[in-house]
Write a protein that binds this ligand. Sequence first.
Ligand SMILES: [Zn+2]
Length: 253
Amino acid sequence: MSDIVKVVLGISFIFVMTSLGALTSFLFKDKVSVKFNKLIVGFSSGVMIAASIWSLLLPAIDGASNYGSLKFLPAVLGFFVGGLFLALIDFICKKLNHCGMKKSSKLFLAMTLHNIPEGIAVGVAFGSAWATGDASAMALALSLAIGMGVQNFPEGMAIALPMKQATGSKTKGFFMGVLSGLVEPIGAIIGFFLAASITVIMPWALSFAAGAMIYVVVSELFPESQVGEGASLGTWGTMLGFMLMMALDVGLG
Ligand SMILES: [Zn+2]
């Protein structure tokens, strides 16, 4: 397989897998029971927590090795600013009274935000392998894209199912899932061409996305999955989503 084929395949794969995950929207009824919804929202929470740790924060810390013993610093600060960013959106919404930023829109925003640095990370790996012409670096970039792509399946599900529930439409759930993943190949193309100059900001971008995701999980998804009847389903949904993503991340990372 030539290098250009590897790059194109890798970048397409990450998008195709999110879209396949989003297709699961069609497997369920337009409106599922309250209890089953707790399981779905819990599952999305677990997926997002594990993705924040393994796909975003750990790579952010790894990528900041030039900070020496302070290599956690970009991750901690980026994470804080990511949370702050969503708190600011909340604040502005309250000031404006009704800016129509619903729970589901915030979930969509956080998920989409996190796909940008993930895409860039894949693009940077391909871009630097391309520049050096190193065959083993190219193989590594391809396996990163495959790993990222496989994780994108449950992520596509984690966005499509709650969106379907919120909008009451399978089609809308599917398209929101696809849309959230569309930014990833775009990020990858940017990362590919700017590989050399972009690596400096990667730890910040990755942890920013993690902060935004955890903020949404705690402030929006937990209350939905934990209040009222069927809370234990929500808890087990979270456990399940977390276990699945952890296994995928460690197994394929
Ligand atoms: Zn991800």
